[in-house]
Design a protein around this ligand. Structure first.
Ligand code: SF4
Length: 485
C-alpha cells in the first residue's frame, strides 16, 4: 500500500510517498511532485524517526476526560471578558484547523486571534498589500529555472529551504547572496555581498545600478533576514520597487518570492489569522489578555516577552516549555495522524494525509476547537470529518505559475536608519527545525546536530558583554541551546 502526503516542516511543501508493507513504513520523496521532483532534505528524509509515542507524547487531556476538560474550558471562557481572551495559533496547523479557529473566534466574538506567522510574515503581507493592493505572491518555483540572476537576500536558503536551493543550484542562473555573515548559501553562491546589520536598505535601493540586476531576468528570494528586521516592510517594498524600475516583474523568471518558514504560513495568511485588536506580540507584552489558548506553537521558547496568564490552555502533540506552564494541556494529533491541506510558499494547495490512527485520546485541532465551540452553544461546528470543513471553505484551488500584479512604486521611509540597540541574529539549522519539538526526536538529526549543540551565534556588532555571564545550556524538552536566566 502506498500513498502521498506533504512534509510538515518548512514552506517549501515537498511531496512525500509513504509505502507500507506489513507494519513497516518506507518514506521517499514524491517523484511526481512539481515542488520537489522526488528530492527531500535530511529533515524530510528522517520524518519516520519522529512519529509514534515517546515519553514526551501527550496522550490525554491533563485535567480529566475530554467531557470534563471541554466543560472546564467553556466555563473559563464564559467567566472571562471576550477582549481578555486570545487564541495563538500556528503555521503548523492545517488550513481546515485555521479555518475552524477563525470561525470559532468570529462566532464567539474573540478579536484576539493571531498566528505565530506574525513574527515572520506580516511585514511581507503589509508590503504586498502596499505594492499589489493584496497579499499576492506573483511568482513560483518555476521562475527559478527561467531567471538569469537569482538575488537572495536575508535568506540562508541552503540550510533553511534546502530543496528550493537545490532547484537554484540546478538552474543556470548567476546567484548573488546578501547577508550579514557568510552562511552556507553565501559560500555556495557566485557572488556574496556581506552587509553590516541594518545597512541592507542602501544596497536594495542601489540594485537597479548593478550589472547583474539591470538588463537581466532577475528572481529575488528573501525570508526572515529581511522580514524580521527593522523597517522590514519598507525593505520588501524597496525590493519590489527595484524590480519595477528595471522592468523585472510580470515576466517569466522575474519577480519577488518570499519563502515562508512554516508549512502552512501561507494558508494562515489566506484565511486571515490576523488580529482585530492586539497583535500576537502584544498578547505577551501587555497585561490585557487573561486567558490564552495556544495551539501547535511554543511561545515559552520563542516569544521574547513570554509571561504568565491567569489561564493558559495549550494544544500540542508533545511536551514543550509552554505545556509545562499550562493549566490545561490538550493532546493534539501531529501531522502523521491527521489530514487536511496546507499552502506552500508558491501558493500551491497540498494535501497532508494521516497514515497512523490518533495515539491515545489525541484529536486533530479542528475537532478540539469544535468541541469547545459546541460546549459554548455555538452553531455551525457539527462536522463529521475534515472533508466537510474543506467543502465549506470552498477554496478555488486553481494554480498558476505567475500572477500579474500592478507596477506601482511604493514610497518608502528614510533609508539606512540604524537603531542603536544590540542585535541578535537567530537562524535555522539544516538538521533541525524551529524549537526541535519534532526534529529533536530524530536520532539521525540529533547526531548530525551534536557538534553545534552548544553553539550560540552572536553577530559581531552585538555587545558580547550582554552574554558574558550567561550560561548556555540545553533546553530540557527541545535540547536546543539556550541562555540560562
Ligand atoms: S525542504 Fe522543507 S518541505 Fe522539503 S523536505 Fe526539507 S523541510 Fe521538508
Amino acid at each position: 500500500m502506498s500513498f502521498k502526503t506533504t512534509c510538515p516542516y518548512c514552506g517549501v511543501g515537498c511531496g512525500i510517498q509513504i509505502s507500507r508493507s506489513g507494519s513497516a513504513l518506507k518514506l521517499t520523496g514524491d517523484k511526481d511532485s512539481p515542488v520537489n521532483r522526488g528530492m527531500l532534505c535530511i529533515k524530510g528524509q528522517t520524518l519516520l524517526e519522529t512519529i509514534g509515542t515517546d515519553s514526551q507524547r501527550l496522550l490525554r487531556p491533563s485535567i480529566g476526560s475530554w467531557d470534563v476538560t471541554v466543560k472546564n474550558i467553556a466555563n473559563k471562557f464564559k467567566a472571562t471578558e471576550k477582549d481578555r481572551i486570545a487564541l495563538y495559533v500556528s503555521g503548523q496547523m492545517l488550513m481546515e484547523d485555521l479555518y475552524i479557529a477563525k470561525k470559532f473566534a468570529d462566532s464567539y466574538g474573540i478579536k484576539n486571534l493571531e498566528s505565530n506567522s506574525r513574527l515572520c510574515m506580516y511585514s511581507t503581507v503589509a508590503a504586498n498589500n502596499r505594492a499589489y493592493g493584496a497579499d499576492i505572491v506573483p511568482v513560483s518555483y518555476d521562475d527559478i529555472y527561467l531567471a538569469e540572476t537569482i538575488f537572495i537576500i536575508g535568506s540562508n536558503t541552503a540550510d533553511c529551504h534546502p530543496i528550493v536551493f537545490n532547484h537554484i543550484k540546478k538552474s543556470k542562473a548567476f546567484v548573488v547572496c546578501v547577508d550579514v555573515y557568510e552562511t552556507t548559501t553565501a559560500k555556495k553562491s557566485d557572488l556574496f555581498i556581506q552587509v553590516e546589520q541594518g545597512r541592507d536598505m542602501a544596497l536594495i535601493n542601489d540594485l537597479p545600478n548593478q550589472e547583474w540586476f539591470k538588463n537581466k531576468k532577475v528572481l529575488s528570494i528573501y525570508s526572515q533576514g529581511l522580514t524580521q528586521s527593522t523597517d522590514a516592510t519598507d525593505k520588501v517594498n524597496a525590493l519590489i520597487n527595484a524590480h519595477i524600475l528595471t522592468q523585472n516583474i510580470n515576466k517569466p523568471g522575474c519577480g519577488v518570492l518570499s519563502l515562508t518558514g512554516q508549512c502552512n504560513a501561507m494558508g494562515g495568511r489566506e484565511i486571515g489569522t490576523k488580529t482585530k485588536d492586539l497583535t500576537a506580540t502584544e498578547f505577551f507584552s501587555t497585561s490585557q489578555i487573561k486567558t490564552l489558548w495556544v495551539m501547535s506553537t511554543n511561545p515559552a521558547h520563542s516569544m521574547i516577552n513570554y509571561r504568565k496568564f491567569d489561564t493558559l490552555i495549550v494544544s500540542d502533540f508533545t511536551q514543550t516549555l509552554t505545556t509545562k506552564d499550562a493549566d490545561i494541556v490538550l493532546p493534539a494529533c501531529p501531522w502523521s495522524e491527521k489530514s487536511g491541506h496546507i499552502k506552500n510558499s508558491e501558493r500551491r494547495y497540498l494535501e497532508q494525509n494521516a497514515f497512523l490512527p490518533p495515539a491515545g485520546e489525541s484529536k486533530p485541532d479542528w475537532q478540539i476547537i469544535c468541541l469547545v465551540a459546541k460546549a459554548l452553544g455555538l452553531p455551525g461546528f457539527d462536522f463529521d470529518n475534515v472533508e466537510q470543513i474543506w467543502q465549506e471553505m470552498a477554496i478555488d484551488q486553481t494554480w498558476s505559475a505567475r500572477i500579474k500584479v500592478p507596477e506601482v512604486l511604493v514610497e518608502i521611509g528614510p533609508i539606512d536608519r540604524i537603531y542603536k540597540h544590540n542585535v541578535v541574529n537567530n537562524a535555522r539549522l539544516l538538521t533541525q527545525w524551529h524549537g526541535m519539538t519534532r526534529t529533536g526526536k530524530s536520532k539521525t538529526l540529533n547526531k548530525m546536530t551534536k557538534k553545534n549543540s552548544k553553539m550560540v551565534s552572536i553577530h559581531h556588532t552585538t555587545n558580547a558583554d550582554l552574554f558574558k555571564d550567561k550560561e548556555v545550556e540545553l533546553d530540557k524538552y527541545s535540547k536546543q541551546p539556550c541562555f540560562k536566566g
